[in-house]
Design a binder for this molecule. Structure first.
Ligand code: MN3
Length: 249
């Protein structure tokens, strides 16, 4: 009986997570690309709603971690980004602001502006690249993205091994990415809240998958065991969303 209830709950969460639209402030943002191109409400950026409840990723990421990560950490990036924009140098960055325009001059703006703009974008993307797992043991990319991974990494298992190793090796806080660079998929990492869209990155490209490797993303449940966080994350990586990003221009 309990199993049946769990199954129904998980199915409902999965349906909710795949509806595809995320509320950003009062506006409906249907894609991360749209968020990237648009300034927030009245020139201010706002915290996007999660596309699933805080406990939807259990048991892989716990409810408390998700709640603090989204409502405290991500909110702080948004608030500080708005505060930084008020003192931005108009010779370098002009309104109306967008994350896209900020990343184009990331090497020229203040560290605070760069870090908080990166924090806002990276987390907005990360929430969409996670999804509840209703008990499926196989969670793998399909379609063109699946084929490209097999071509560029030999197999999905080889890709997983390389991605996990690179994520594990990040020194301190940062992000592990799957990007498309000149028609080829590549695994890269960045420190802090940098990302492959910033002008200062050596490894630039279109983001397909992202994993937050800050301790705040896993410490409550996994403590210092980053490897366990990474191996559990494969269960909830949203390959449908990744395929959508890969197929986008
Ligand atoms: Mn984070």
């Amino acid at each position: 009986m309990k199993d049946r209830r769990d199954f129904l709950k998980k199915s409902a969460l999965l349906a909710l997570a795949t509806m595809g639209t995320t509320l950003v402030g009062k506006e409906k943002i249907s894609s991360i690309e749209e968020l990237f191109k648009k300034a927030g409400d009245g020139g201010k950026f706002t915290l996007p709603a999660l596309p699933y409840p805080y406990d939807a990723l259990e048991p892989f990421i716990d409810k408390q971690t998700m709640e603090i990560h989204h409502s405290k950490h991500h909110q702080a990036y948004v608030d500080k980004l708005n505060a930084e924009l008020e003192k931005a140098d108009p010779k370098i960055l002009q309104a109306p602001y967008s994350l896209e325009n900020i990343f184009k001059v990331a090497s020229k703006v203040s560290a605070g502006l760069k870090n908080n703009a990166g924090g806002h974008y990276n987390h907005s993307l990360f929430w969409q690249l996670l999804k509840p797992n209703a008990g499926s043991k196989t969670n793998a990319p399909a379609g063109k993205l699946g084929e490209a991974i097999n071509k560029d990494f030999k197999s999905f298992d080889d890709f997983k091994k390389e991605y996990s190793e690179k994520a594990l090796k990040i020194f301190g806080s940062g992000w592990c990415w799957l990007i498309e660079q000149n028609g080829k998929l590549k695994i890269t990492t960045t420190p802090n809240q940098d990302n492959p869209l910033m002008d200062l990155e050596k490894e630039k490209g279109k983001v397909v998958m992202a994993l937050d490797i800050w301790e705040h993303a896993y410490y409550l449940k996994y403590q210092n065991k980053r490897a366990d966080y990474i191996s559990n994350w494969w269960n909830i990586a949203n390959w449908e969303k990744a395929a959508e990003l890969f197929d986008s221009k």
